[in-house]
Design a protein around this ligand. Structure first.
Ligand SMILES: NC(=O)c1ccc[n+]([C@@H]2O[C@H](COP(=O)([O-])OP(=O)(O)OC[C@H]3O[C@@H](n4cnc5c(N)ncnc54)[C@H](OP(=O)(O)O)[C@@H]3O)[C@@H](O)[C@H]2O)c1
Length: 306
């Protein structure tokens, strides 16, 4: 009798445990399927405006969005480079239109008129990618205040002005995504980057606040923090007197590809991520700073100023 009871208890226990396992397996499967379906969500038909699309990260992102069938609005100051990018994109099998819109984001007074015209042409913007930016290669003590201001004008005020101009249309439609290409320099300062790092830190303060304010209106804000990416950024970086650095830094040349970053950004869009980090071993510094700030300070001081 007691043997039978033990048998029955074991049976019930087994049934209970196996049912639990089944439920867990089902839940995990459902989660995996929903993640998979979400990741399948294509950008087809989405109207994506990318600034700084004439080079580097913006160009690679334009290519990745084009492959997904997105309608593109590409901006930068150099029309000839935008035309080069558009010709390259035309080889991708897609009938989605590409609009080229010359725009200097530091001309904040001119931005509202440009935005009105782009919205009239396209019917509205679904995703705004604030990517245009310039870097710096100069010590704070040597850098003229004019150069500090120029970097803030492009990286911070240009981004804020364009976002503010695009936002009312997104709010009216109760949908949209604003992407900001920040940097790991938006998480910690580094040699020769005082104004650049300040401009990227400022973006985090502004856009984290904005994220809260527009969340209930169906608008999402994503900040992207790349590490070293192989682009022309160091060539175009400003030196103490405002002239271009014109040097491909070793760290830049050995960085991750802009194409790989573009793929990661698309993943972030699909999952509506709030922050995206992407790079090589330098990304560890973000976490070391957060959890071991004094150790971070010692380690970062020992890095080569480049
Ligand atoms: N490469 C990296 O390692 C790295 C790391 C972290 C973050 N980022 C960020 O990524 C973004 C893109 O940089 P990138 O690496 O692709 O460098 P890049 O190859 O030098 O591209 C910069 C882009 O910004 C545009 N731009 C510069 N000033 C502008 C202005 N006043 N108005 C409009 N467009 C302007 C440039 O086009 P025009 O010259 O034709 O205007 C170009 O298309 C920047 O915000 C940068 O801070 C880069």
């Amino acid at each position: 009798m007691s043997g039978c009871l033990t048998c029955a208890t074991e049976h019930v226990n087994r049934l209970g445990v196996s049912s639990l396992v089944e439920i867990i397996v089902h839940l995990r499967m459902a989660a995996i399927i929903s993640l998979f379906l979400k990741s399948m969500g294509s950008l087809r038909g989405k109207r994506i405006w990318i600034t700084g699309a004439s080079s580097g990260i913006g160009e690679a992102l334009a290519q990745a969005c084009r492959v997904e069938g997105a309608e593109l609005i590409l901006s930068a100051r150099r029309l000839s480079e935008l035309e080069r990018v558009a010709a390259k994109l035309a080889t991708v099998d897609s009938s989605a239109p590409i609009t080229l819109q010359v725009l200097d984001v530091s001309d904040t007074a001119g931005i509202p008129a440009v935005v009105t015209s782009v919205i009239q042409q396209t019917g509205g913007i679904d995703i705004l990618v604030n990517n245009a930016g310039i870097s710096q290669r100069s010590y704070a003590v040597d850098t003229s205040l004019d150069v500090d201001r120029r970097i803030m004008e492009v990286n911070f005020f240009g981004t804020v002005a364009l976002t503010k101009a695009v936002l009312p249309d997104m709010l009216a439609r109760k949908s949209g995504m604003i992407i900001v290409i920040s940097s790991i320099s938006g998480k910690f300062g580094f040699y020769l980057r005082s104004a650049y790092s300040a401009s990227k830190h400022a973006l985090h303060g502004f856009f984290e606040s904005l994220r809260m304010e527009v969340w209930n209106e169906g608008i999402r804000v994503m900040l992207v923090c790349p590490g070293k990416i192989r682009t022309n950024i160091s060539l175009n970086a400003l030196t103490a007197d405002g002239s271009a650095h014109q040097t491909m830094d070793e760290a830049q040349a050995t960085g991750k590809s802009a194409e790989a970053l573009a793929t990661r950004i698309l993943q972030g869009i699909r999952h509506e991520e709030e922050e995206v980090f992407f790079g090589g071993s330098e990304m560890k510094a973000v976490w070391i700073k957060r959890y071991f700030p004094r150790l971070f300070s010692r380690l970062i001081r020992k890095q080569k100023p480049e």
